[in-house]
Design a protein around this ligand. Structure first.
Ligand code: BES
Ligand code: ZN
Ligand code: ZN
Length: 493
């Protein structure tokens, strides 16, 4: 998708104009209304048009192809916070692109809504509009011909702060394309998306400026003593592979940050087998690693002044004659022994060793992102991630980055008392906790491997990594959730 900034003389197949409180919000809209003999204001009045989320196509014989009225809601009544206005921009652009595709047109123009110019800097407006447009334009077409192919290939933002809108739109394009890249990897089924395939995808990044890619083989993983991780992969015919991707800025970096993504390319549960239904979407259990990969890729273009290390312990979780069995005891890279009582709590096992490995790089802070627990989906639903960690400032920064990025993250407590339930009769730890508070127990398990001196945050993305229904900013399937939050965080760090 091409994103451009144009002035008001640009003619697109579809022009999106904002409406609020019964009025077109910008001079451009009022100009078009005049040109169309008051048709737009008539429609707005007659249909009481303007609620947030409303759209209405008006076909204008000859003049421009079509006009799309976009309802922005009452912007004064209950003043929206900045992050809500950004989301309004994303969704307005998304609706414009969707209407364009429905109308089978190629170019869509969207005005830089006048009332928001006073509230949001031009760069952020450009970014949000570009993000909404590119996210809404996504479809996953690798395995079947789309029933209605996407036709929109250019979105123009019509405004006069050209330089700043252009800068923001460029950033928005990268944020959204990275999200779409992660969506693709999540949506590719596990028969094609194996640990090996992930390595191939990662190796594509090695030629980008500032990036280097290392892939550790099973033999190397064994040598490092990553017994927890190896136990998860034991049942699979697909060999595990541990990825370490590094972004180094040109100048001196301010900080070294580790991002670890859970990379289970299929989670059957192992011998603690899942039900058929709960396995249906378990190809998405590598969403954390997909986010990590596309964050790393984006850094080569965004060039922030921080050193970032991305890690992913890629594996399948399968039952077989060679699979790890409930009751088995394994040794992690840092020497702690773990009794594996439930082979479906495999994410924390892969992360335990990944955290140990990441800490060898002496990061200033560490973030892991993982589709870790069904309990998190029960607690927060499918639109919100859970965050837990050992450092409140880091957690606050990530939640704030999520707000700006339009991704919801809610903090849950790391309750120390629950650690008792992770104690095993036969080993240092067991991989499951008590009956309740599953998300907390998962985080507490990972924390057992974290050096308490390193600020660490764990983001459980089990809910929002996948959507069962089409949303404004994307179709059913993998969502690429957390990519934009991480990019926002890393470019501000
Ligand atoms: N990958 C799942 C978590 C998950 C569930 C992600 C639903 C997305 C949607 C994870 O490996 C898992 O199975 N966790 C278990 C842990 C339990 C055995 C302690 C769970 O949540 O049931
Ligand atoms: Zn599992
Ligand atoms: Zn899992």
């Amino acid at each position: 998708m091409k994103i451009s900034i144009k002035n008001k003389s640009f003619r697109a197949d579809l022009l999106a104009l904002g409406v609020s409180k019964g009025q077109l919000v910008s001079p451009l809209g009022r100009e078009w209304d005049k040109k169309l003999g008051g048709l737009l204001s008539q429609i707005i009045k007659k249909e009481e048009f303007g609620k947030s989320g409303d759209t209405r196509v008006v076909t204008t014989a000859g003049q421009s192809g079509h006009v799309l009225l976009v309802g922005l809601g009452d912007l004064e009544k209950k003043p929206l916070e900045n992050h809500q206005l950004l989301e309004l921009l994303r969704r307005s652009a998304a609706r414009a692109v969707k209407s364009g595709n429905r109308l089978r047109v190629k170019t869509v123009a969207i005005e830089d809504f006048d009332p928001l110019r006073k509230k949001i800097p031009a760069e952020s407006r450009g970014q949000a509009l570009a993000e909404g447009a590119v996210l809404a334009g996504y479809s996953f077409d690798l395995y079947k011909k789309p029933s209605s192919p996407k036709t929109v290939n250019e979105v123009a933002i019509v405004g006069d702060e050209t330089a700043r809108l252009t800068k923001g739109a460029g950033k928005g394009l990268i944020f959204a394309e990275s999200t779409n890249g992660a969506r693709d990897l999540i949506n590719i089924p596990a028969n094609d998306f194996t640990p090996r395939r992930m390595v191939a995808e990662a190796k594509k990044l090695a030629k980008l400026p500032g990036l280097s890619v290392k892939a550790l083989s099973k033999a190397e993983i064994e040598k490092l003593g990553m017994g927890c991780y190896l136990a998860v992969s034991a049942g699979s015919v697909e060999p595990p592979c541990f990825l370490h991707i590094v972004y180094r800025p040109k100048g001196r970096s301010k900080k070294r940050i580790a991002v670890i993504g859970k990379g289970v390319t299929f989670d059957s549960g192992g011998l603690s087998l899942k039900t058929a239904q709960s396995m249906e979407t378990m190809k998405d259990d590598m969403s954390g690693s997909a986010a990590m990969l596309f964050v790393m890729k984006a850094l080569a273009s965004l060039k922030p002044n921080v050193e970032v290390h991305g890690f992913a312990a890629m594996t399948e979780n399968m039952p077989s004659g060679s699979a790890v069995k409930p009751g088995d005891i394994v040794r992690s890279m840092n020497g702690k022994t773990v009794e594996i009582l439930n082979t479906d709590a495999e994410g924390r096992l892969t992360l335990a060793d990944a955290v140990c490995y990441a800490q060898k790089q002496k990061p200033d802070l560490m973030i892991d992102v993982a589709t870790l627990t069904g309990a998190c989906v029960i607690a927060l639903g499918d639109l919100c991630s859970g965050i837990l960690g050992n450092n409140q400032a880091l957690i606050d920064d990530l939640i704030a980055a999520g707000k700006s990025a339009g991704e919801k993250i809610w903090q849950m407590p790391l309750i120390d008392e629950y650690r008792d339930e992770l104690k095993s009769t036969f080993a240092d730890l067991k991989n499951i906790g008590g009956r309740w508070g599953g998300t907390i127990n998962g985080a507490l398990f990972i924390q057992e491997f974290v050096d308490p001196k390193i600020p660490w945050a764990h983001i459980d993305i089990a809910g929002p990594s996948w959507t069962e229904r089409e949303q404004d900013l994307g179709p059913r399937g993998g969502t690429g959730h957390i990519v934009r939050t991480l990019l926002e965080f890393l470019t501000k760090a």
